[in-house]
Write a protein that binds this ligand. Sequence first.
Ligand code: PHE
Length: 391
Amino acid sequence: MRSLRRTFISGICLAAFGAVGCKKSATSTSAGGSTAADRATEIIIGHYASMTGSTAHFGQDTDRGIRLALVEANAKGGVLGKKLRLVTLDDRGDSAEAANAVNRLIDVEKVSAVLGEVASSLSLAGGRVAQRRKIPMISPTSTNPKVTEVGDYVFRVCFIDPFQGKVMATFAHDYLKLTKIAILRDVKNDYSIGLADAFKASFLQMSGNVVAEQAYSQNDTDFSAQVTAIRGTGAQAIFVPGYYSEVGSIARTAARLGLKIPLLGGDGWDSPDLFTIGGDAINGSYFSDHFAPDVATDKAKRFVASFTTEYGQAPTGLGALGYEAAEVLVDAIARAGKVEPTAIRDAIAHTKDFEGVTGKITMDAHRNPLKSAVVLKIEGGKAKFETSIAP
Ligand code: PHE
């Protein structure tokens, strides 16, 4: 009960956030519940996200992308004669709060579909609720395979980690010509564990050597023991499939302890805060991601331009995938022909050749699309396109 109340309060705060966070008010956030009269003229979409906490960038950038897609759809007249309205609830990066938020979106806001989460551990928690309640959910960015295995109401619009792990193993082995790598994973994070395993399996298959394996937990602040254990193993790089908040500190620790090798990572690094936290120490490192604004298609270029005009900053991969998830949902509602969760679910499952800003989306039988990845290099406090790897 106490924790439900906290979610409710976060929702109220977001009402204010929503009003100032987006110049156009068509998708204003409310957390007071929707009425039958509202639903006669509006389609209510829920978003649960880490709007605050150590991974706040994840929730905030995704929410901006989603809002932009809904504002644009409303400007074209909405869907099925109704306007789209987004209700965002803050889960503060916590799994119990994520489950509470999805329950509340369904019970109080009476949403027809849910978007979220970014973090795989939280999509697993929220996805179980959406599945049980038979409300379709699309995760924009959760890459752990288990997320869509929760059931037939749970989808994603991004690639999955067995592929992402292979991308970075291939990049390390074939592109950087490395043969000895250490792995440092977050053992409290489903994404980190799964991506570390996928990288390791692929790298070993290429006859690469994993010379050390170390662990940390989300919100740790001291990584000197792990870095010390890796120093002296001959590792040419450290694969750190974690979130930007800890990766920045790990880079600083390695630099301070004189371990001058690049770090390699995955999409969880995607935040400008990584460069602030990591400083010079993170330069020369590489990570895989979903989107590189510097090599975008025409549609993606238009998206980057409108996002930048709207919010005064360029999107990261999160904003791009939030936008894409919302577009896929709007397209599915139109094809469903009615605002009914099961009909919307069926239409999402039939998404075919949908041109998104990060690639083409066709849902496979497991509710995952097949997409390419980009590898970005960090230089001068910026992430720049290095190469792209197809499935
Ligand atoms: N893929 C990560 C996960 O599943 C989340 C993430 C995606 C973070 C994209 C940043 C950018 O947990």
